[in-house]
Structures are given as C-alpha cells and as structure tokens.
Design a protein around this ligand. Sequence first.
Ligand code: CAA
Length: 391
Amino acid sequence: MDLDLTDEQRLIQETAREFVDREIVPRARDSDRAARFDRELAASLGEMGYLGAPVAEEYGGRSLDYTSYGLIVEEVGRGDSSMRTVVSVQTSLVCGSIERWGTEDQKRHWLPRLCSGEALGCFGLTEPDTGSDAASVRTRAERVDGGWRLSGQKMWISLGNQAELALIFAQTDPEAKHKGLACFLVPTATKGFASQEIHGKLGLRASDTASIALDEVEVADDALLGDVGDGFKIAMTALDAGRYSVAAGCVGICEGCVQASVSYATERRQFGVPIATFQLVQELIADMVVKRDAARLLVRRAGILKDQAKPNTTETSIAKLFATEAAVECANAAIQVHGGSGYVDDHPVERYLRDARVTTLYEGTSQIHKLIIGRDATGINAMTPLRAGES
Ligand code: CAA
C-alpha cells in the first residue's frame, strides 16, 4: 500500500485546510449555538467542488480519487461535523448512488445541480421501525398507471428539510423481503411529501435532521433508480461510500482534538509550568495521537481499495468502527486536558464530543460493524439470532 500523497493530493489537502480555517471554523460555534443550518456555507462547499468530488467531471463533479475525497472530508470534519454531514450525505449517499445506478437522463438531470450545491439531496432509508435491520423497510411502493405511489415514514434523515431531492427506499413486494426493495428519486416538492425538523439533538445541532412523511406521493416510472429489487444493494453500496466519509470526518475530529489539546496544554500553566509538562497530560495527548494515526491509516487503506475498485466492505467497516470510536474517545480526553475550559464552547472540544457521539450510531452502529467484521472473519452470520428449526 503506497501511503505517500501525490503532489496533487497534497494541494487538494492544503486548499481544503485553508478553506475550512477561513470559512468553516469561524462560523462553527455560532451555528451550533443557534442550531442553524448554514445553507450559504453549504453552497460554498458546492462552489469549492466539495459536494461531489469523486463524481465524473462530465456530470459536474471533479473526478477525484477516493483518497483525495477523504482528505477533503477530514478537513471539513475538523472544522465542523455538521458541514461534514452535508458533504458526506450529498457526495457519498446521494450523488454516488445516482452516478452508479442512474440512467443517463437521471445523471444529467440531477448530478450537475447536486455537485454545484444548487440542489441538496437526502437519503431516505431509515424509518421509525427500521434502523439496523435495513431490509425491513415498511414504506410501500405500489404500481399505478405510468409510475408508482409511495406511502410511509422516514426518520433521522440528514438534510431532509433542506433537500430538493430525496432518495426514497420503499418495498414493492413485502413477501420478497430485501429483494423487493426499490429506490426512487423523489423531488421533495412533490405533492404528499412532508418533512419535519427533529429538535433537541445532543450534537450536530447545525445539521438539518428530519422525519419525513410520504402520503401517497406519486412519481413517474423514470423516478426509479436501478431496477425493482435493486434497492437493498443500492443502499448497501451507498453506505459503503458513506461510512468511508463518516470515518474520514472522524479522523478530522481526532486531529482537531490533538491540535486543541497541544495548544491548550502548552499555554495553560499550573504549579508554575505548562500543563504539557505533566506526564499524565502527555499520556492523554499521546493516546489521542495514536488513535488519530491509526484511524487515518485505516481510512487511507479503505480509500486506496476503493480507488483500485477492489472489494472493501469489511475494510470500510473497520475504518468506520475504529475512527468513530476514536473520535469519541479523543474528544472526551481532549475535554480532560482542557479541564473546566473544555466544558464550555470557548474551545471546540465539547462540540467535538457532542458531534462525534452520533457517528457510532448512524450509517451502521458500532455493533453492526463488529458483526460485519466478525462475519467476514469467521464465515458465520451472527446478525440475527437463529429461530427454532433454523440452522
Ligand atoms: N454491497 C453490495 N451488496 C451488499 C452489501 C454491500 N456492502 N452488503 C450486503 N449486500 C447484499 C448481499 O450480497 C445480499 O445479496 P443477495 O440477496 O443477492 O445474496 C443482500 O445484500 C443481503 O445481504 P445480507 O444478508 O448481508 O443482509 P442482512 O439483512 O443480513 O444485513 C446489514 C445486512 C449489514 C445488517 C445491513 O442491514 C446494515 O448495514 N444495516 C445497518 C443499516 C445502516 O447502516 N443504516 C444507516 C442509515 S442511513 C444514515 O444513517 C444516513 C443519514 O442520513 C446520516
């Protein structure tokens, strides 16, 4: 595995770092306090080419490799995970799915708008009763003349109130289980589509999170992404990309924790010396550095496999599991280094902790990732308990 960055990748990293320090970092605390989704900043991400970086240039993207995309996401994650969520959902879950599964017309219609930030997209998989068991989607898709009628509910949908386009996963044939799932490209202005903001979140307060109701939403045949029955595979391949993006964002949180902690510990004096002099403070920082580096290398490995078009589901799960848990641990330790100062939002570390917390839940809980990794290692599927009579 060649871990050296190319000159182009370094330039992309430096440009993203400067953009994040100039545009994202100064706004992060106020947006978090106000629980305000910054649509203007989301548009700036589009202008920078950060909302579809791996999408082919002919569809409005930048044709970047996954390693470069990961470097951008890491920087945005260091600045503000709410903005990182915009990049991850838009790029990996929405644009990636359309580019991979869409018809030429669907790609030409949606991708340029999404990549530029003119339109936002959301990923409607999760439901009130459908979380880890993604195959159990209850939203129904029924055939009508010339199209489909969708009815059901979606929950915890990032960008669901802001999006112009929703990818909606729906069941066409409950008997067929995951093989009956289909995915639809639904303009959110369609009659019967309604979203509601979810308030009171622990973190990602500046990110838009919605519940969605679909009340007999009618779409034409050309709204179907892929074929009937492709829905589960579309969701899983999208999540392979989305989880990589979440992991990269968490490396950014780890990096932010190290930077903030080193800066604080070398300035803050107690007992007549900077607190960085104390071995126990250094231990906290050293543990963060090790976790950051390990997470970064795991993300890099997953990115390289993606760039080589090799199977990477397990490696992506490993990166996502490790990086998200590392982000929570680093943020918690960073607060410890900051003492009382870390408990208020004068420093970014308390926001890092609140924002990191959801990453071990969404796009597959840590437990789901352990099961994916365990299944790959042992060849035994421990996802669901065996029922009587099953072997
Ligand atoms: N890529 C392609 N195909 C895949 C795949 C992948 N990564 N993973 C599974 N599949 C295919 C399998 O090959 C299989 O295909 P066949 O039927 O042709 O044999 C089919 O899908 C079923 O696979 P499994 O038997 O593995 O399915 P399962 O029901 O045992 O569960 C699971 C798999 C891993 C538990 C899955 O349901 C899962 O990942 N759950 C977590 C859901 C999740 O991450 N939700 C996040 C919601 S989105 C979100 O959070 C976004 C947001 O807004 C922030």
